[in-house]
Write a protein that binds this ligand. Structure first.
Ligand SMILES: NC(=O)c1ccc[n+]([C@@H]2O[C@H](COP(=O)([O-])OP(=O)(O)OC[C@H]3O[C@@H](n4cnc5c(N)ncnc54)[C@H](O)[C@@H]3O)[C@@H](O)[C@H]2O)c1
Length: 346
């Protein structure tokens, strides 16, 4: 069987924690051929540990020895590196968020169309077992047309104290663009990818700036904390559906929460954990899933879908045009918060 030759660009936390282990488990269809990182010691260390034959200090030099690259750099470089790779005839799997702005996302899609190479975005929540089950239930029309989504991605005092997560220039924002984006993507997918038309949002960063607060995920510079740590939003879609959304790295709540529910015309679903509610046989029924088949590590099916799509055996599950809409909502929430107004998107 043909194996996809994969390169890794940006060999930090997510490359080492998710993508490289997934590709090693899928070694019958993919081989990691090259690695590149701004920090040469990081690239060399990752190459040695994983027996990766080529190490490049300039990622452009990798394009002649790979079929595809996985981009795991800070958000600021997603667009630039994706476009360079696509223009060089290389498929791209880019970490989330797709990019920092909608304009960058559009340029990435344009490069993908012109080159005929694939552009996948790593919204891995779609590959979780609950998400796959929910999509199936909705596709099989068990809840009718989805109308309302509610999503909460809330961490209690867990601002990432490592890397560049609190650097606005390199990441484009905080909790919303880093964490909440997954829940926007998943909600949009379950709603059937309607187009967002109006967004109202508020982004706060008060709590992280307060002196003397505890943080469970290390230390960060409170005085220069410049990104959002708590965001609320209301989103309307072109098909009449709507969404209530909240995300935080550092909320004053009793515990962390990852929850989502979709209400349809004739039933609904809850995720994390999965539950379905219906009116059937003259009763109001709630059903829980006792067991859902699939991989507990969403990184594996995510990697498999991208690789098989590059090999021509599957279609990308996360399409770049869909990931662009997540970025459009993020951009609009930030704009709405800055201006104090609702933002109309089309
Ligand atoms: N899907 C998820 O749930 C998830 C989780 C964590 C991070 N991420 C995303 O992955 C990306 C990286 O995050 P991370 O946690 O691995 O960060 P990290 O800081 O651990 O690693 C980033 C690496 O990129 C390198 N780098 C920086 N600029 C570069 C450039 N221009 N060219 C090549 N290498 C460069 C750095 O030296 C570093 O080794 C971010 O976009 C982040 O949003 C996604």
């Amino acid at each position: 069987m043909t194996k996809l030759k994969m390169g890794i660009i940006g060999a930090g936390g997510i490359a080492q924690g998710r993508h490289i282990p997934a590709y090693k488990k899928l070694s019958d269809i993919v081989t990691i051929t090259a690695v590149s990182d701004l920090n040469p010691a990081t690239a060399a260390g990752v190459a040695k540990e994983n027996a990766i034959p080529h190490v490049f200090s300039d990622y452009h030099d990798m394009f002649s020895v790979v079929d595809a690259v996985t981009i795991c750099t800070p958000n600021k470089f997603h667009a630039e590196i994706s476009i360079a790779a696509l223009n060089a005839g290389v498929h791209v799997f880019c970490e989330k968020p797709m990019a920092m702005t909608v304009t960058e996302c559009e340029a990435m899609i344009d490069a993908s169309r012109k080159s005929g190479k694939l552009l996948g975005i790593a919204y891995h929540y779609r590959f979780m077992k609950d998400s796959i089950a929910a999509k199936r239930v909705i596709t099989e029309n068990e809840i009718g047309e989805p109308i309302v989504a509610r999503a909460r991605a809330i961490r209690r005092r867990k601002v990432p104290g490592w890397g560049v997560f609190t650097n606005r220039e390199l990441q484009g924002g905080g909790s919303l663009i880093d964490y909440g984006c997954h829940f926007l993507d998943l909600s949009l997918w379950l709603l059937g990818n309607p187009i967002p038309v109006e967004v109202t949002g508020t982004a706060y960063n008060k709590l992280s700036r307060m002196p003397g607060q505890v943080n469970q995920w290390g230390d960060f510079d409170r005085e220069n904390f410049e990104v959002d740590d708590h965001v609320t939003a209301y989103i309307k879609f072109d098909n009449g559906a709507s969404m209530l959304f909240e995300t935080s790295w550092s909320a004053n709540v009793k515990s962390d929460e990852e929850s989502m529910s979709i209400s349809g015309e004739i039933g609904g679903i809850d995720l994390f954990p999965f539950q379905m509610n219906q009116m059937k046989h003259g009763m109001l029924l709630n059903s829980e899933a006792d067991w859902i088949p699939g991989d507990d590590d969403a990184g594996i099916p995510q990697a498999m879908n991208f690789i098989k799509s590059c090999l021509g055996d599957e279609e990308l599950i996360v399409k770049p045009e869909e990931a662009l809409q997540v970025s459009a909502i993020i951009e609009a929430i930030y704009k709405s918060s800055e201006t104090g107004k609702s933002i109309t998107l089309r």
